[in-house]
Design a binder for this molecule. Structure first.
Ligand code: AMP
Length: 119
């Protein structure tokens, strides 16, 4: 799937629309979800034009893959989720329910999160 330069997360990365930032480094940006589904709901996005996990894992340079994974972990740490626990999730494509076509990891926490999938 071709990358859409006008998707909302591309605009956030370009600074064209604001976000409530949690963490940023050379590889990733983490910010609070605008419509939280849990007391803590943060998105972590890579700083590159990747739509899906297959796209990212196949095409991203090794330092980007490492940096992005570290950024997800660092964000969970900043949010103080290590001890209570948390969930990470990525929706990909149509069946995954992806709304924004820029790869993103959701971090959920702050309460018992219940079953893994909505029924
Ligand atoms: P997904 O369904 O996995 O593509 O998730 C997209 C997420 O992006 C949803 O949870 C939205 O609430 C969130 N979202 C959409 N626009 C924004 C925005 N401008 N700032 C923060 N989160 C957003």
């Amino acid at each position: 799937m071709a990358y859409d330069q006008d998707n909302i997360f591309a605009k956030i990365l370009r600074g064209e629309i604001p976000c409530n930032k949690v963490y940023e480094d050379a590889y990733a940006l983490a910010f609070h979800d605008i419509n939280p589904q849990a007391p803590v709901h943060v998105l972590v996005i890579p700083k590159g034009e990747y739509v899906s996990f297959i796209d990212f894992s196949a095409k991203a340079p090794a330092d980007m893959i490492t940096g992005f994974m570290r950024a997800v972990g660092e964000t969970a740490k900043i949010l103080e989720l290590e001890s209570p626990g948390y969930r990470i999730l990525a929706n990909i494509g149509q069946d995954g329910g992806m709304e924004v076509p820029h790869l993103h990891i959701h971090i959920f926490g702050g309460r018992r999160l219940g079953p893994m999938l909505a029924r």
